[in-house]
Design a protein. Structure first.
Length: 98
C-alpha cells in the first residue's frame, strides 16, 4: 500500500494517527486532540491520554479534523468526507472513478 499523503488520506486507515479537532458544531470539542484508537461509520474514537477513561467519541459529520501524518505533514479533513465505514471508503471511491 502506498504511504499516506494529504491526497490519499481518505483511502487509508486512520487508526493510529494523531488528530486535533479544529472546527465543530459542539464548541466543547474544539481543540480536543489525541490519537485515533477506533473508527466506525459515524464516529472517530480518540484517546487523549494513556488510560481508557479518556476515550472520546467524536461524530465525523460535525467536525473538521487536522491529522498529523507519519511524515510529519498535517492535513485538514472535513469529517463528512470520511462518513463511511472504513472498509467501504476505498470501494466507493473506486466505483466512482470507473
Amino acid at each position: 500500500m502506498n504511504p499516506i499523503t494529504p491526497e490519499n488520506i481518505h483511502r487509508h486507515e486512520l487508526i493510529g494517527l494523531k488528530i486535533e479537532i479544529i472546527q465543530s458544531t459542539d464548541k466543547q470539542m474544539m481543540g480536543m486532540n489525541g490519537l485515533v484508537v477506533d473508527e466506525t461509520k459515524n464516529l472517530l474514537i480518540i484517546d487523549s491520554s494513556k488510560n481508557d477513561s479518556n476515550r472520546v467519541r467524536i461524530p465525523k459529520k460535525d467536525c473538521v479534523f487536522r491529522f498529523s501524518l507519519p511524515s510529519g505533514e498535517q492535513v485538514d479533513v472535513v469529517g463528512r468526507l470520511l462518513k463511511l465505514k472504513p472498509e467501504n471508503r476505498l470501494k466507493n471511491i473506486m466505483r466512482k472513478r470507473w
